[in-house]
Design a protein around this ligand. Structure first.
Ligand SMILES: [Fe+2]
Length: 134
């Protein structure tokens, strides 16, 4: 099963949209690897990638929100901080125990929650604000 980026998820900001597309692509690499029973090999690549990418991506979204006085900024940032917290837990678990099956499952859940719930709902509200100013 692939989790696809679609135009419905577009924010209209090319940098943000390209970063979202890359996140979907990376997550699909993990899903593909899981189907081939190679999830443990791929999960470490994804966690290493997310470490820098997600922090850069969130700060870009947040500074754009501040620049355009987005009223949902603090709630949006709370969700970002929650995701960084989850990511830190995954990184710690990876450092302690390596790439286990449990880590693969938890990474899948975290990514699914973020890509489906955050990008599809919270980021869309911001995109709507960018388009209409409301
Ligand atoms: Fe966001």
């Amino acid at each position: 099963m692939a989790v696809e980026w679609s135009e419905k998820l577009a924010t209209g900001n090319d940098d943000i949209d390209n970063q979202h597309k890359e996140l979907f692509r990376r997550f699909n690499n993990l899903l593909d690897a899981c189907h081939q029973r190679k999830g443990k090999e791929e999960v470490s690549k994804l966690i290493l990638f997310l470490g820098d990418y997600v922090r850069t991506h969130f700060s870009m979204e947040e500074s754009l929100q501040k620049r355009c006085s987005f009223p949902g900024y603090s709630d949006h940032k709370k969700q970002h901080d929650g995701f960084i917290h989850d990511l830190k837990k995954l990184e710690q678990q990876f450092n302690l125990e390596g790439a286990t099956l449990l880590l693969v499952i938890q990474t899948n859940q975290t990514m699914m929650d973020w890509l489906i719930n955050h990008i599809n709902s919270t980021d869309k509200k911001f995109a709507e604000y960018l388009r209409t100013g409301a």
